[in-house]
Design a protein around this ligand. Structure first.
Ligand SMILES: Cc1ncc(COP(=O)(O)O)c(C=O)c1O
Length: 473
């Protein structure tokens, strides 16, 4: 096999001798050689690797061979890839012999899963750094001095005005800026509403949902009552004497369907009849693919629904910004729960987001990411159709995750098998309300696959690894 000095010194900092030998093809040999070079310390953490084309030319291999080898090593955690800064040796890929021995050096962190298909994260490599920076710069330049004083608990008026234009247009929400309170995401909204005693127990919740939210409610002293789900979404007819209901109507989390139109009307009727409130979690409402947009239930009756949205799926969960659109009677209580000053959401971030929305950057970003996620979703569906046709894919018309239906009784074993193959994902059981007893709630076996989580170059290998975990029927 070929042997070469990679003499792209200006790009990788040092010449590197790579020997492509050993069993398997060139791709395997290159992976082996690069891994060895990192492990042996010849490629130091942070070192930039040559572009595919140069290394391919140096080694006399195809460009795709290099691209595949890099992608595999990124997926394994040896390398990292970032748009604009190329492929580098991961900081934590330090040779073990140095671990903890060099004074002042931090020992390497434990490596994450090789293929992360856990739902919950957007493709963080898609964060619009340039446009966000431009908005931040403009916001900072144009901010009057009073901005740098204590923040208003309702949030900056610039952001509330931008949202009052965006939410009706994009999500069918009815609102004006006085009804909007900025918060730092959905979890914060729940805290304000329930720890702040704006809303009372008991609260009906969908039988499948995010355990983190249920735990937060329990800690706030709220009793949650599981509401069964079927193919039309939450069983509104099962609502009883609860004071409110928490729903994900645009895209049930995590099972994936929209709430049927008749049930959207029925839940409003229930809230009116019982003087109850609906908390609408619109966590990924912007990402819809095949079906017509599903507007917010809030649009049906803004005095019965608290609409909550956040940038966690659309932009990044690290930004920590969200919004509540409130019925008039709750505005004061929520502001009181926030306290006299803004204690959570940075005013500079609020102004940046206001600019980002007002200039159309938010719309552009959502459109871009929608395209990307639709492509990911299509690749997942195609890969399964080809390699595991007995697995039914559901909940794919919207959102950033899909649910793969499994034969009854096979979920736990499939999750464990995936884990052994380095694929991180969750089974549906992880999201089930502990009080959701049969036969009130139809339980089925399934895997929740977050197809947005891996970065673009790691997705193909992650899909491969996923498909390989399904045994033939
Ligand atoms: C069901 C659900 N609701 C809401 C959110 C958003 O939470 P937050 O805004 O607190 O990040 C998420 C995660 O992004 C979610 O999975």
């Amino acid at each position: 096999m070929s042997e070469s000095w990679v003499n792209s010194a200006e790009r990788i900092g040092a010449d590197l001798h790579l020997e492509l030998s050993g069993p398997g093809g060139r791709r395997a040999a290159l992976i082996h050689a690069l891994r060895d070079a990192v492990r042996g310390g010849r490629l130091a953490p942070g070192t930039r690797l040559p572009p595919y084309r140069s290394l391919a030319a140096d080694l006399g291999v195809a460009r795709n061979t290099v691209a595949d080898a890099y992608a595999e090593l990124v997926a394994e955690g040896w390398l990292t890839a970032r748009q604009g800064s190329g492929t580098r040796v991961a900081e934590r890929a330090e040779p073990p012999r140095h671990a903890g021995k060099v004074p002042g050096k931090t020992p390497p962190r434990a490596r994450g899963p090789r293929h992360n298909l856990r739902q919950g994260t957007p493709d963080v490599s898609g964060f619009p750094r340039g446009e966000w920076l431009a908005s931040y710069r403009r916001a900072l330049q144009q901010a009057p001095n009073e901005v740098f004083g204590p923040g208003d608990p309702a949030g900056r008026v610039e952001l509330r005005e931008a949202l009052a234009e965006y939410l009706p247009r994009a999500r069918g929400v009815r609102c004006d800026p006085d009804r909007i309170v900025i918060c730092s995401g959905f979890a914060h909204a729940l805290r304000l509403l329930f720890e702040g005693r704006v809303l009372r127990s008991p609260l009906a919740v969908e039988a499948y949902g995010l355990p983190f939210h249920r735990e937060l409610l329990t800690r706030a002293g709220v009793r949650t009552v599981p509401l069964p789900l079927d193919e039309d979404g939450a069983r509104i007819d099962r609502l009883g004497r609860e004071r409110g209901v928490l729903l994900t109507p645009a895209h049930q989390f995590p099972t994936g369907g929209p709430l049927h139109a008749a049930r959207r009307a029925a839940v409003i009727d229930w809230a009116r009849a019982r003087d109850a409130v609906i908390v609408e979690d619109d966590y990924d409402g912007e990402f819809r693919y095949d079906r017509k947009p599903v507007g917010a239930v809030q649009g049906l009756d803004p005095e019965r629904v608290i609409f909550v949205g956040s940038v966690s799926k659309s932009l990044s969960p690290a930004v920590r910004l969200g919004w509540m659109v409130l019925p008039e009677r709750y505005v004061e209580g929520v502001l009181a729960a926030k306290g006299e000053r803004e204690a959570w959401a940075s005013v500079l971030d609020q102004l940046s987001l206001a600019d980002f929305i007002a200039r159309g950057s938010y719309d552009r970003h959502v459109r871009r990411m929608r395209q990307r996620y639709r492509g990911r979703r299509d690749r997942l569906v195609a890969a399964l159709a080809e390699r595991a046709p007995h697995i039914e894919v559901t909940g794919v018309a919207a959102g950033l995750h899909a649910v793969l239906r499994l034969p009854p009784g096979t979920e736990a074993a499939t999750v464990a098998r995936a884990e052994r193959a380095g694929v991180a994902l969750d089974g549906l059981a992880a999201f089930r309300h502990p009080g959701a007893a049969e036969p009130a709630v139809a339980a089925y076996d399934g895997l929740v696959v977050g197809y947005a989580t891996p970065s673009e170059h790691a997705y193909a290998v992650a899909l491969d690894a996923l498909c390989a975990t399904f045994p033939d029927p």
